[in-house]
Each structure stands twice: as C-alpha cells, then as structure tokens.
Design a protein around this ligand. Sequence first.
Ligand SMILES: [Fe+2]
Ligand SMILES: [Fe+2]
Length: 159
Amino acid sequence: MGKQARAIVDLSLKDLVKDLNKAYADEWLAFYLYWYMAQTVSGKAYEDMNELLMKIAKEELEHAGEVADMIVKLGGMPVANPMELEKNANAPYMMPPKNTADINRMIRIVTEAEATAIEVYNKIAKKTLGKDNVTYQLVTHILSEEVNHEEMFENLLER
Ligand SMILES: [Fe+2]
Ligand SMILES: [Fe+2]
C-alpha cells in the first residue's frame, strides 16, 4: 500500500495490524484443527466429515493468506513464528476429541471456533467501517464465509 493509501486510513495502523494479526493466528489454528480432524476422523460418517472439514480447512487457509496480505499492505508483518500463533490468537487452541469417531463433539468444537471468528471479524468490521474501507471490505467478505461455516455445521447438529 502506498503513502496516500495508508494516509486515508483513519485509524491507528498499529492497532489495526494487531487486530489482524490476532485474526491471522485464529485462522491458522482453525486450519490446523479442521485439517487434522479431517485426516483422523473415523466411523460411519468418515467420508462426509472428511470432505466437509477439508473444504472448510482450505477456506480458513485462504483467509490466513488474505489477512496476511492485508497486514503487509498496512505496513505490518504477520506472526513469523508458528510457536507464537496460539499466544496471539483470540481463543486458545481447541484439542480435537480423543475419540476420532465422536462427530458430535467435533461439530461442537468447530461451531465454537466459527462463533469466535464471527465475533472477531464483526468487531473489526465495526471498527473499520468508514475508516478503512479496504480492510472493511476484506473482513466483511471473510465474515460472510464464517457465517456460512457456522450454518453448515449447525445444520449437521440439528439433524
Ligand atoms: Fe476463517
Ligand atoms: Fe470458518
């Protein structure tokens, strides 16, 4: 992002980069958790869960990339050390269930992670509305995908 592009951001860039770095860490933890559960899930719903978790894991990884790109544009740097991801995240890493066939527990964990993501992006959207239109556009785009994720998993629970 050039000088003028940064100058029109009517917010503390440092604060904004900090918020985005927290979201960035959340995305990596979500990606890892979903991907891990996709690899290890067992039982009769194995195929469906594997497919759904893989699909959503890929979207979380895309979000991490989009947020990283925004951080760099704003003049910051995304968290470099993977050991620091959990420390920077908005919520602690949720361990997958020991019982790899416990689909209900998996769905509950994922719905909770999605609820956190919705809260986080909604907060950044409110903060950037009219103050940083570029970040606003990115976070509302991601927010709409997190809303879809929550819905997909909630639907599974209701079945
Ligand atoms: Fe995400
Ligand atoms: Fe998500």
